[in-house]
Design a protein around this ligand. Structure first.
Ligand code: G3H
Ligand code: 13P
Ligand code: ZN
Length: 333
């Protein structure tokens, strides 16, 4: 058993309380490799932004949970080395799908876990979430739960349609489970294709897809039911057109990729939404930079020469999100 406190990590309790009060959101960035982690830590240290480092099931399969945990521990030390005196870094399990997995993360030094039982029937979601909460809270580890189903692919749980969170269920769910935060469904989804072209309109000037707005009425109704309760938005990448264009220009093929417009995330960040999950945008930045080097310098074979530019572009992306979208800069001096 390792406590996250020994590793210099923090749970989400104080982070979220401050974020709701201050009208900003904490960035929750997924990481799978060293370059992503370096870019996240540099961006957060420079902007003094609290941050949630997320490890998904896919990341665990790809990079190994043990290695990722030591990397997160290293991130705290790296942050200090960069001059960030009191790093506010949370290590979070993204989309945990069983009690055993959540328990293993708690035992292993994670400071926060998500139990995603949103695809189960309501009562089963409550029972599993409650079990995880009871265990995690013994060690002061915070728990995110989910109610409602996002469209697209949630790890291995696939759903063709989005089922918005039902505001009439949230009080019962939060009370009976004791969860610390609630991920909701209001129209976001995972990946770089968040909406089909049929769900969008087209900008007559650029010909680009304009997605439908998020269901802010559902968010408002949830906040009315649970005043001041921490709300989480998954699937919140914006799929920046510049990265999509770069990828397509240098031999990629991402037709009609579309994300959540940043002005909608800005609006959400000012509300009780205090954790915004971003993964796909970082993947796009990484791929765009690598493709550019490969296209322009076909003789290059030193990975540092293409992973380095990818890291730089991701760092720029993370800073942009922190400063211009979430407003979390300067909140962890
Ligand atoms: O929620 C999904 C995240 O983007 C993680 O995706 O399972 O492919 O790592 P992944
Ligand atoms: P994106 O695919 O929009 O980046 O969402 C990531 C996410 O929700 C991770 O849990
Ligand atoms: Zn997610």
């Amino acid at each position: 058993m390792v406590s996250f406190k020994e590793l210099g990590l923090v749970n989400t309790r104080e982070m979220f309380a401050k974020a709701i009060k201050g009208g900003y959101a904490i960035p929750a960035f997924n990481f799978n490799n060293m370059e992503q982690l370096q870019a996240i830590v540099k961006a957060c240290a420079e902007t003094k932004s609290p941050v949630i480092l997320q490890v998904s099931k896919g990341a665990r399969n790809y990079a190994n949970q043990t290695l990722l945990r030591y990397m997160a521990q290293g991130a705290v030390e790296y942050a200090k080395e960069l001059g960030w005196e009191h790093p506010q870094i949370c290590l979070h399990l993204d989309h945990g799908d069983s009690f055993e997995l959540c328990k293993s993360c708690v035992d292993f030094g994670f400071s926060s876990v998500m139990i995603d039982a949103s695809s189960l029937p309501y009562e089963e979601n409550i029972a599993l979430t409650k079990k995880v909460v009871e265990y995690a809270h013994k060690y002061d580890v915070t728990v995110e739960a989910e109610l409602g189903v996002l469209a697209g692919v949630e790890d291995e749980v696939s759903s063709a349609v989005s089922h918005y969170t039902k505001p009439e269920e949230v009080v019962d769910f939060a009370t009976r489970t004791g969860c610390d935060s609630l991920a909701i469904s209001i129209g976001t989804s995972h990946g770089a294709y968040k909406f089909t072209p049929e769900q969008c309109t087209r900008d007559p000037k650029t010909g680009r897809l304009v997605p439908p707005p998020l269901a802010f009425d559902v968010l408002d109704a949830i906040m009315e039911q649970l005043p001041g309760f921490p709300i989480v938005l998954h699937g919140s990448s914006s799929v920046p057109q510049e990265y999509v264009d770069m990828i397509n220009q240098y031999g990629g093929k991402l037709p009609d990729a579309v994300g959540i417009p940043e002005e909608q995330l800005r609006k959400a960040a000012k509300s009780a939404v205090c954790k915004i999950n971003i993964d796909s945008d970082s993947r796009l930045a990484f791929t765009a930079a690598v493709r550019k080097v490969f296209a322009e310098k076909p003789g290059e074979f030193d990975p540092r020469k293409y992973c380095g530019p990818a890291r730089d572009l991701m760092e720029q992306l993370y800073k942009h999100k922190i400063i211009n979208v979430l407003g979390s800069d300067g909140k962890a001096e």
